[in-house]
Design a protein around this ligand. Structure first.
Ligand code: ZN
Length: 448
């Protein structure tokens, strides 16, 4: 991990670019910003959508044995009792009675034993003001219905997985799948983290891309290995530099209450190695608990052997926001060209928010008219951008920062012979091609 001042600089630059180009804005910024909550701007929403669509295609459309689902955020609170979240989804929390700051008990900045007179608050510096650790539930509570009474308390889901478990028999029957099979879902989840931070890495509202794969007990080990390998392949195919990716296996102290085995896929962010996806063997924990709590049989009858069993679950759980941050952070480069530094996002072309930008070289001599025609034709197929403002060099730089892989320039020759130049964001090479061939040209370049 790099030195702290360097870390701040790299993240500062990324946050600044994200705002400048419209990838990510702070929530409620005109009111000073709502803590670590973020909004995706025009380019950010496209990038994140491209990542989610790629995930959906590979997990649902390209697999016969996985079905899609979109379960609601609000669920019967009994779900969270059965799943263990009401009792166990907690972090130990310490308060400073003086400055009112809150800390996780494992905060390395705390000196001494919280609760004891010698313990020192890392923020205000007072001694003896820290409380002993108490368990703080990370679920957001809200109220269902007009009366704010205890009976109506419900939770914002802290994970999308439970929506899949309670629907597993519905999906199985409706789709006529047989075990092994999976259910995939993309959706928002909420956790009242004590110490969020690092831009969009740890936020209280986030989006998950989860797949729960139901298997026969005993086959779980093999499927776990399969999905572990598959997910790493998928992440690498996003164009992320492989030397910045690694697996981290959870030790006995790190395993969640439901897990038999768990691996994180970690990326080397400017602030260090951190996980953005997990592969978990959740055994039959969740389905058994839901069967016991609901009184509904959640067993599966295997026709071939006439055996009944509660399936084991191998889960692949990725953060859509974290994966987007990985892609952004990995794409960010500063390069020296023509005596100056350019900032460029070397995004995989198929993930880039804008696939191409169309530039009339100057705003006269028939160039804008032809450029408009080409632009209108291209945007039937691709998200493209029209820019006639400023020098061509400045227009290129803006699109480099947006990660747009191709710049299409309409010049004097274009008006004569209907050809255009296409500038490649990464190589800076320019080719002249017939305007009529642009759609096919881009299709070829945007594969993969
Ligand atoms: Zn304090």
């Amino acid at each position: 991990m790099a030195a702290p001042d360097k870390v701040d600089k790299v993240m500062e630059k990324l946050v600044s670019l994200a705002k400048r180009r419209g990838f990510v804005f702070q929530s409620s910024e005109i009111y000073g910003g709502l803590g670590p909550v973020w909004d995706y701007g025009p380019l950010g929403v496209e990038l994140k959508k491209n990542i989610k669509e790629r995930w959906w295609r590979s997990m649902v459309h390209e697999r016969e044995d996985i079905e899609g689902l979109d379960a609601a955020i609000l669920m019967d609170p009994k779900v969270w009792e059965a799943s263990g979240h009401v009792a166990g989804f907690t972090d130990p929390l310490i308060d400073c009675k003086q400055c009112k700051h809150r800390f996780r008990a494992d905060d390395p900045r705390i000196k001494g034993t919280p609760g004891a007179p010698d313990a020192q608050c890392p923020v205000c510096g007072n001694k003896g003001t820290l409380t002993v650790a108490r368990q703080f539930n990370l679920m957001f509570k809200t109220f269902m219905g007009p009366v704010e009474e205890q009976a109506a308390v419900i939770y914002l889901r802290p994970e999308t997985a439970q929506g899949i478990y309670v629907n597993y028999l519905n999906v199985l029957q409706a789709s006529r799948q047989k075990i092994p099979f999976g259910v995939a879902q993309i959706g928002k989840a909420f956790r009242n983290e004590i110490t969020p931070g690092n831009f969009t890495f740890r936020t209280r509202e986030f989006e998950q891309m989860e797949m729960q794969f139901f298997v026969k007990p005993g086959a779980d080990g093999e499927w776990f290995e399969f999905w572990k390998a598959e997910r790493m392949k998928w992440v690498q195919a996003l164009g992320v530099r492989p030397e910045r990716l690694r697996f981290h296996q959870h030790g006995p102290g790190e395993l969640a209450h439901y897990a038999k085995d768990a691996y994180d896929i970690e990326y080397e962010f400017p602030f260090g190695w951190n996980e953005f996806e997990g592969i978990h063997n959740r055994t039959d924990f969740d389905l058994s608990r839901h069967q016991a709590a609901s009184g509904k049989k959640l067993e599966y009858l295997e026709q071939a052997t006439n055996e009944r069993f509660i399936p084991y679950v191998v889960e692949t759980s990725a953060g859509a926001d974290r994966t987007t941050l990985v892609v952004l952070a990995d794409a960010y480069r500063e390069e020296a060209i023509e005596g100056e530094t350019r900032v460029v996002l070397r995004l995989l072309p198929s993930l880039a928010p804008l696939k191409a930008a169309v530039f009339p070289l100057v705003n006269k001599d028939g160039m804008p008219e032809l450029a408009r025609t080409i632009f209108d034709d291209l945007r039937k197929t691709y998200n493209v951008f029209y820019d006639d403002g400023g020098s061509i060099g400045r227009r290129y730089r803006r699109q480099d920062e947006a990660g747009t892989p191709f710049g299409i320039t309409i010049d004097g020759q274009s008006v004569q012979d209907q050809t255009v130049t296409v500038r490649d964001r990464d190589t800076l090479l320019q080719e002249r091609i017939a305007a009529a061939k642009l759609v096919g040209y881009l299709a070829e370049k945007l594969k993969g």
